[in-house]
Write a protein that binds this ligand. Structure first.
Ligand code: DC
Length: 222
């Protein structure tokens, strides 16, 4: 199986670009952030806030997360319910970032991610795919852009979905998440030594896609 790992900070365009890339290659696209978001949602349903004080293992042992592909699109199920849409809120983002720093949560989700990659050609995106989940991926890309540019892109997405947020709020959240995701002791966000850096700060969406396609073509040939 051919595995393509795409890591990078929030708002770098990973999910949209990875989805398109996967569809061009006829691979499946696995958005691992959605798994952390589903776990975060569970904790928030159980009354936890981002400080996550309490018995995490008790919650995890009573949690099921799984991914199904419906018409080629990934849907995420939490305890049997499709939560793919409910996990896209600013609160779910912060809860996902908080739970993702917990070793027990990362362990809980690891095998599922590896099994998907073992049984399918995948484009998998996240924070630690090239470093931890799929260290032998055929192609690894670290996708990033300046934080203001990422915040602007995310703001546009949220406004299009009808959510009431300001640029400053989105920028603050993004800086907080960047910090949390790259400073946690376990599986922090960082570029794998053998990953290709793709900085899309000055690129349009189409240029970014073209860049990724070229990196993948070169990587698969190598
Ligand atoms: O990609 P995203 O914004 O949907 O991810 C939500 C959070 O999940 C993010 O703040 C960090 C965490 N995450 C992670 O720790 N490891 C991954 N492979 C994917 C996401």
């Amino acid at each position: 199986m051919i595995n393509i790992a795409i890591d990078g900070p929030a708002g770098a365009g990973k999910s949209t670009l990875s989805r398109l890339l996967a569809s061009k290659l006829s691979y499946i696209y696995v958005d691992t952030g959605a798994l952390y978001r589903a776990v975060g949602l569970k904790f928030s349903q159980k009354g936890f806030d981002t400080s996550l004080e309490g018995d995490l293992d008790a919650v995890l042992s009573d949690t099921s997360v799984d991914i199904r592909f419906i018409n080629g699109e990934q849907r995420v199920f939490l305890d049997g319910e499709d939560v793919s849409d409910n996990i896209r809120t600013p609160l779910a983002s912060m809860m996902a970032s908080a739970v993702s720093a917990k070793p027990s949560v990362r362990a809980f989700l690891l095998d599922m991610q590896r099994n998907l990659a073992k049984n399918n050609n995948v484009v998998m995106d996240g924070r630690d795919i090239g470093t931890v989940v799929l260290p032998d991926a055929k192609v690894k890309i670290f996708l990033t852009a300046d934080v203001e540019v990422r915040a602007n892109r995310r703001l546009k997405e949220l406004l299009e979905k009808g959510q009431q947020v300001s640029f400053d709020e989105v920028l603050e959240d993004m800086k907080k998440r960047d910090y949390n995701d790259s400073h946690r002791p376990i599986a922090p966000l960082k570029q794998a030594d053998d990953a290709v850096l793709a900085d899309t700060t000055k690129l349009s969406f189409d240029q970014s896609l073209e860049l990724l396609i070229n990196i993948v073509k070169d990587g698969i040939k190598a």
